[in-house]
Structures are given as C-alpha cells and as structure tokens.
Write a protein that binds this ligand. Sequence first.
Ligand code: 6LW
Length: 522
Amino acid sequence: MIEVDNPILPGCHPDPSVCRVGEWYYLVSSTFEYLPGLPVLRSRDLVRWETIGHVVDRPGMLEFDGIGSSGGLYAPTIRHGLGLYWVVCALVDRDDASRGGNFLVTATDPAGPWSDPVMLDAGGIDPSIAFDDDGRVWLHGTRLAAEPEWPDQTEVWVREYSPARQALVGEEHVIWRGAVRGAVWAEGPHLYRIDGRWFLIAAEGGTEFHHAVSVARADRITGPYVGNRANPVFTHRHLGRTSEVIGAGHADLVQAPDGSWQAVMLAMRAADGRHYPLGRETFLCPLSWEDGWPVFAPGEGRLPRTVRIPWPASAAPPGSWQPDDRVAGVIAPADPRWTALRALPAEVAVAEGGAWRLPVRATSLREASAPAFLGVRQQHQDVEVRCVLDVRGLAEGESAGLVLRQSERDHVTLFVSRTAEGLLLSSERRRAGDALRQDHGAPADADEVEFALSGRGYDYVLRHEGVALVTADGRELDASATGGFLGLWIGVHATSGGADPRGEARVTRFEYAPARPGRRDR
Ligand code: 6LW
C-alpha cells in the first residue's frame, strides 16, 4: 500500500489523460499557449511522475503566433493501439475559429519524437480515440450542438478513423448531449471497451465550479448510450464554496496490472471556494465497479486528500529520476519545466553554461506573439522564487525582469530598464489590460540584478534585494477573475518595447522552492 497526496500533479495540469502500457503509466495535460506543448509524464505507480518529453517540441509543428492566452493546446488524449502511441488534441484560437482544429500525432516511443500533426476533419474540442478488438479505430470529441435545446449545449460525436487514409471515414454518430436536462458543456469524452461493452465518461457543467462527471454505456460504440441513473456520478459542486477543492471533473480511467482501477481528473484548490491561482491541477481518484458501473471515490464521494493505492511503491526508474515538480532549487536550462510563449524556449533563448542568454525582443507580454519570456508553472501555494539577471547587455530603452503571468491582460512585473541616466527599477501591475506603473529608483547593482517573488496563498510580493516593491492579489490574477483556463506562471522577460531590439539579458540563476519544504503544500 502506498499513499499519495492530491493533487498528484500540482500547478496548471488540466484535462489529464492517462493510459497504461505494460508497467508504465503515461499522462498528458493541456498547455495552451505555452511551449513545449503537452508534457508526457510517466510513472510506474501513479504517484511519482517523470516528464519524459513533450508532444509538441519542434518548431513549426503547429502555428501559435497570434493565439491569445488560454487558446492553444486543449485537452489531449493519450492511448496505445496498433503498436503505436497516439495523442489526439485540439489547437484552439479563441478569436478565430477558422484556425487550428482537432489533430492527431503518433509515436513509437512516448518520449518522442511524435509525428507531424494530421489535421482531422472534425470541429469542436476534446478529441479522444478508442481501439476496438477488431482493429477498428474510433475518434470522438465534443462540439456545440447542431440543434441546441439550450445555450451552450454540446454534443459528443463518434466516427471511425482510417489509419491507412489518415482520415475520418464512414458515418458520424452523435452519442451524447449530457446526462442532465439543461447541462452545459458535455465535454472531455472518453470511450472504453470494458467486458464487451462500451463506456462513455464525459464531463458536464463547464470546467469551473459546476464541473461534473457522467457515465453512459452501450453495446456498440456508435450507441445508443444509456446513462447511469446516478448521473452525474461525481462532482464537488454540491459541497458548496467551503470545499477546499472545487471543480472536479474531466476524468480519464486506467486499469492497473492487478485489475484495480483509478481515475485522473482536474480540480482546483480554492481556499475561498472561488479563486485558484495555481489553475486546474491533476488529481487521482480511486475507482471501483458496482453493478456494471464505475464508482468514483467509493464510500467517500469526493477527491481524497490522500489516496491509498493498493500496490507497492515502484522501484526508482532508471537514471537520475526524481519527481520533477517537487524538486526545490535551481532550475537549470535543461530542466523540462521551462516553457516559453508560442515558441520553444530554445527559439527565444540560448542555454549557455548553466545560464539562459535571453536576447531582447520587441514584443511585450501584452501581445499574442512570442516575447522574450521563459517561465515555469507555479506548483505550490506557498512558494519562493529568486532569479538573478545579468543586465549588462541591455541596450538603452530595453528592460528585463521577473514576471507573474496569467495572460496578455493580466500580469505583474518587476524589472530594470536601461535609460540615458542608467538603470531604473520599476514595477507594473496589469489587470484587465489596465496598467499601474511605479518607478523605484536605481537597482542596488548595475550588473547583476536580483529579483524574488514570494507567494503565500493569495498574497504575492515581488522584491529586489530583499525590499518588497510590488504586491499582487491571486484573487485578481486567477482564471476565475480574469477568464480563461490557466494557472499562474512565474518567469523572466526582456523587451525593447517595440523598438528594434539590440541587447540581451542573461538569466544566471533561477531558483524555485516551496516556501515550507517538508510540509504538505495545500
Ligand atoms: C477543455 C474543455 C474545457 O478543452 O476547458 O470548458 C478546455 N471546458 O474540456 C480547456 O482546458
């Protein structure tokens, strides 16, 4: 028996999808406008996860320029079938429905490389894929209902996929519109063939406070599907705003080698029942079967704080494996946690001897383009980040600093700018597009500038050389305040503010640590 604290993947890891192949579990989650996209994590025990690669890790695999915050890569599904690993996902531009769409990639090794995307002739989001015993492959997903009975009603479609033709073939079937009359956003569908029947797991209620999980089953994959009378079979919405975990839903099921079942799903830690700066995180949920139906968190009915898993802890995987989200300390350039915006980290920066050289770009954080930005998810509610920027290479008019980011419209920065008179330290709080800027005089050091960020629940403080210069409120920066789907990211940024960029900053040190190591972070 091993125990693991929920969430199993803290920080923004929404829409988790999991599969098992032999002794390994593989998991992917949504990454939106951050690249590399779709981390692939593996585990032998569902407890300790290691990032082994990313699905979208090459320049030009997909076009992200112009895709605004909380657009991009949504809700991937990972499966193994026909001797290959498959990921299906949607690329979404929230301002331009003609861009992107559902796509599919395959790999012989889940660490990559993954194939170039095959775009699928199917609208909507949240694609998934299932393999029948007879070798046929079926894609499914969700989209706004063609003939809605109420606003935001969606429908789940299923259609055969021909690997030979790399195309959807045959008739399309609409199999589900939510379990409850009036249900919005029946989504995140996954189909499973279990004991000769087809089971559909789907979210409904929207990926916020009213999120829920429903289940239906059918004799044939194309239906008709009959919902469980207990639908929605899992939710936290009835717990109200005093529940410390809200929004549970978007589940995917996996069976262990011993025959037992678990589910992964997203949920949010919201101390006030509403706001969740870390975004939607991945939780583990025990699952049993009763009377031919899955029961989530049997006997308990909610996501456990600590999950007891009925198998021995796995041997440590090969190499210098550590659960990468729990490691405190310096995040070196080779660390898989680094992300950039709409471009790969290696496209905007150069790893040089343990440091990042970050050439200044004209783009600012306000544009849906690829700025000179490198960042990591905030994964702990109480956190300390410290970075040292060598700013000798900044040209006049250019600036570089530390960022707490939600979106183009919502972020907080503490930065230095090179002016004709020397370096100037400033901060900017941007909220719903409006900026409040303050100048704080000259930094203590003209070569290497130290910035730090402390997060304690909803309270953030950004410092220079130990002096608090700007604060931020996580209740104003989180997705429920700003809209969208993201948790907060902490990173570094350099810009020339639109002028021709000439200089660079060097990120000589970037440290990330839970504020109270050893304590449970909740
Ligand atoms: C995801 C969908 C959802 O595709 O949020 O509102 C999207 N619902 O299931 C992004 O995570």
